[in-house]
Every structure is written in structure tokens, then in C-alpha cells.
Design a protein around this ligand. Structure first.
Ligand SMILES: *Cc1c(COP(=O)(O)O)cnc(C)c1O
Ligand SMILES: [Zn+2]
Length: 421
């Protein structure tokens, strides 16, 4: 595996403030002390261009570490949970229903804890170990907690997960099973996040989405890299991305631009579209109002994994959508459920509410003529439906109940045939 130590230390120049450009060393830092802007990993692209090639990536392992040269890791001790290189599926039947001939589903429910968060967490936990943290933590809307707890279990780190107390049972059990300390806060995600920022300043812990955020966020790029590689090193015409903090969308766009900058793909004409649920759509509203800033909202939606009312990367997501020529759109909770069912019935993929948001918005963008029928479209399905089953309870058919004999089945079958059941 092409991960020699010299390459991995020479490729990064430091952390750089997104706002004022101030440089910082590669430590567990996340805000600029001059302007409070967020810090981002800065790479030496001239150096990387002499190292990275399609062949080098293709000869890497079948997981996200095939892109290690473009990730902020300097050591050799990688946390490999089998994350990444998830299927990119041609969606013939869903495409037919929506009027799209080149629709693809990127199925990130195939990750170890069934969401795309395993990508950011693989990178963050690897970095936490490089920094020598013995405890890792996060503020989570559910999926992040599941992934941090699992990766902490695998590496033997101590783990504290903070969540809003009203999360779905699947998300709560999905953390508890790995035996972290799960702290349920009586408040919404934004309150949990604020509390965690305070805790982070008093404990020497690795908070994956606070003091490790510059490293963590880079993990999302691998979703963009994979889409391009799996399309035969072609960037698609459109990508539809669900947004919570807006980080994933920002990093998918960054990934496409990096591949171009490194000479791995020709041009990037991809329009990156952002999707939210109407009950928590501060980024969509800012986009439609042509605003530069995102006004916080109080979330009220079944799409709890996306329910961030004060999105940290909102303004960068706005910039990415505008720069790429994409749009932002929102759907109602009813449309979220229809989206979940449509994807399941046509493609056999059971997504959580966030995926319902993506499919609902995809449908809207086709209806609005923003996406054309022959264009190449990728919808990112970022989480698994088994974690949010309660939203479907009253919205799907009941089982057909029979006695354990042939007659009972035949009676029921006759009723089914005339449409009585
Ligand atoms: C966290 C999450 C997202 C988006 O996260 P960002 O904060 O915007 O990076 C999308 N889908 C699912 C299922 C998630 O858990
Ligand atoms: Zn700054």
C-alpha cells in the first residue's frame, strides 16, 4: 500500500483559516484565534501532483484508505473498519419512474454502522490516535454517535456520546450496543453542540466534530472521490446531497475540484444540489433568499439526522452550490416518507429519513426541469432505514395474517386476488 511516511508528512502544509488565511500547526485546533473562522487542512497540491495518479489509487485497498494521499493522516496506524468503496448502483427502475436514463444511487448504507458517518469517523479516530487522545467524543444527531461508539470499541478508546434525548430508538440502541457512555440531553442538537463546545474546552478529549473537525470533515471527500472513480473517472452532471451542517456537501464539491487540480479528471461541470427537510431548512431558505448568511431555525421534522438548526458549514455549502451551478431544495415530511418508499419499491434499498429527503428533492428537481433526462445523476443515500423505522409504522401495509394450514392461506389468497385484503 503506497503510504510511505515521507509522502504523508510532506503533503500537508498546516491548518489554514478559511476566512483570513492564517496558518496553524497540524494540531487538535478548529477555530482561528484572530477571526474565529473555521480551520481547514491545507495541502501542497504541487507536491501531491507528482505523487498521486489513477493507477496509484486503483492499486490501493477497497475502502476509503485508497485515497490516503488526499486525507489528513500522517502516520501508518490506520483505523480500518471496512468503511468506504460502497456500491454505486445504476438505478434503472427508479430512473424510469422519475424520467431519468442515467441515474445512479451511491449506497452508503453499506458502511459498517450503516451511514456515511463512518467515513468522517475513520479519519477522525485515526487522527485522535495520532494525537494520543485516550477519550473520544461527539455531539450527534444519531449516526455520528453510532459510528464514533463503534470505532472507539474497535480501537479500545474511552467514549462519550452526546445526543438530543428525543432520538429514534434505532439510533439510541445503535450507540449503546458498543457500550460508550451515552449522554441524552434534554434539548435539541444545537443545544447539545453548544454544551459539547464548553465541555471540549475543559477536558482533553478528542471531540470528532469539534476540536478534530478540520480532519474529520476531510473524510467526506471520499464519497466524492468514489463517485468519480466508480463512474470511470468521470464527474457526473448532477449530485444530490442531503445537508445537516452542510459539511458533506462542501467536501463533495472540494473532492471534485481536487481531482481536477491533480489532473485526474478533465473538467468539473457537476452541479451540486443540496437537500433538506422543510421542517429544518435554514440553508435552503438562505439559498432561495439569495442571502450570504444562514439564519438559524428551530428544527421540527422527522428527518432527525439532518435536524441542525444552526449549520456550522451553511455559508460554505451556499458558496459550493452557487459556484457549481447547483440549487437547494426542501421537501415536506410526507414527501420524505414517499421518497423512502419509492427508493425501496423500485431499487430494493431501505434508507432512513435523510435518504427520503434526497429522493424527494431529486424528484422535485426533475419536475422543475433542473435535471435533464439524459444527464448523469448521482443521489447520495447516506443512512439506513432500519434506524428510523417508526416513521413508517402507519404508512406501510400490514402483514397478511393466517392460520398454519393450506386452507387459511388459500382463503386469504382468494381475498387478495379480488383486492379485499
Ligand atoms: C450527518 C448526516 C448527513 C449530513 O451531514 P453534514 O452535517 O451536512 O455533513 C447526511 N445524511 C445522514 C444520514 C447523516 O447522518
Ligand atoms: Zn482567521
Amino acid at each position: 500500500m503506497g503510504c510511505n511516511e515521507e509522502t504523508q508528512t510532506k503533503k500537508m502544509r498546516g491548518l489554514k483559516c478559511r476566512e483570513c488565511g492564517a496558518y496553524y500547526p497540524l494540531e487538535a485546533l478548529h477555530v482561528c484565534e484572530f477571526c474565529f473562522g473555521p480551520l481547514e487542512v491545507d495541502y501542497d497540491y504541487d507536491y501531491l501532483r507528482t505523487i498521486v495518479s489513477r493507477e496509484r489509487i486503483e492499486s490501493g485497498p477497497p475502502n476509503l484508505w485508497r485515497y490516503i494521499d488526499l486525507l489528513p493522516i500522517s502516520g501508518e496506524n490506520l483505523v480500518d473498519s471496512g468503511t468506504g468503496f460502497t456500491p454505486l448502483l445504476k438505478a434503472e427502475r427508479l430512473g424510469e419512474r422519475l424520467g431519468l436514463r442515467n441515474l445512479f444511487i451511491k449506497n452508503d448504507t453499506a458502511n459498517p454502522t450503516w451511514s456515511f458517518k463512518d467515513r468522517v469517523v475513520s479519519v477522525a479516530i485515526t487522527k485522535a490516535m495520532e494525537f494520543g487522545f485516550d477519550t473520544v467524543s461527539c455531539a450527534s444527531t444519531g449516526n455520528l454517535g453510532n459510528s464514533v461508539a463503534a470505532h472507539a470499541a474497535r480501537t479500545g478508546l474511552r467514549c462519550f456520546i452526546f445526543i438530543p434525548a428525543d432520538l429514534e430508538l434505532g439510533k439510541i440502541v445503535g450507540s449503546l450496543v458498543y457500550n460508550p457512555t451515552l449522554v441524552a440531553v434534554r434539548g435539541n442538537y444545537d443545544e447539545v453542540n453548544r454544551l459539547c463546545a464548553e465541555i471540549a474546552s475543559t477536558m482533553r478529549w478528542g471531540f470528532v466534530n469539534i476540536n478534530l473537525r478540520p480532519y474529520y470533515a476531510e473524510g467526506s471527500k471520499t464519497l466524492g472521490f468514489e463517485v468519480v472513480e466508480q463512474l470511470g473517472w468521470q464527474a457526473p452532471d448532477h449530485i444530490v446531497v442531503p445537508m445537516a451542517s452542510g459539511s458533506l456537501l462542501t467536501k463533495v464539491w472540494k473532492a471534485l475540484k481536487e481531482l481536477h487540480r491533480l489532473g485526474l479528471i478533465d473538467e468539473v461541470h457537476t452541479k451540486v444540489h443540496g437537500a433538506q427537510a422543510e421542517g429544518c431548512s435554514p440553508i435552503v431558505r438562505a439559498f432561495k433568499e439569495n442571502a450570504e448568511f444562514v439564519r438559524p431555525v428551530k428544527p421540527n421534522t422527522i428527518a432527525k439526522s439532518l435536524a441542525i438548526g444552526n449549520p456550522a458549514d451553511g455559508i460554505y455549502a451556499l458558496q459550493a452550490m452557487r459556484e457549481s451551478g447547483g440549487v437547494a431544495e426542501a421537501v415536506t415530511d410526507d414527501e420524505v416518507i414517499e421518497g423512502i418508499k419509492l427508493l425501496a419499491e423500485t431499487e430494493g434499498i431501505f434508507t432512513e429519513t435523510a435518504g427520503g429527503v434526497t429522493i424527494g428533492v431529486l424528484k422535485k428537481l426533475v419536475e422543475q426541469g433542473i435535471i435533464g433526462s439524459d444527464e448523469t445523476v448521482v443521489a447520495l443515500i447516506t443512512g439506513c432505514g432500519l434506524k428510523t423505522q417508526e416513521v413508517l409504522t402507519d404508512r406501510i401495509a400490514q402483514p397478511v395474517l393466517i392460520e398454519p394450514n393450506l386452507r387459511s392461506f388459500q382463503e386469504k389468497f382468494a381475498e387478495l386476488a379480488v383486492g379485499k385484503v
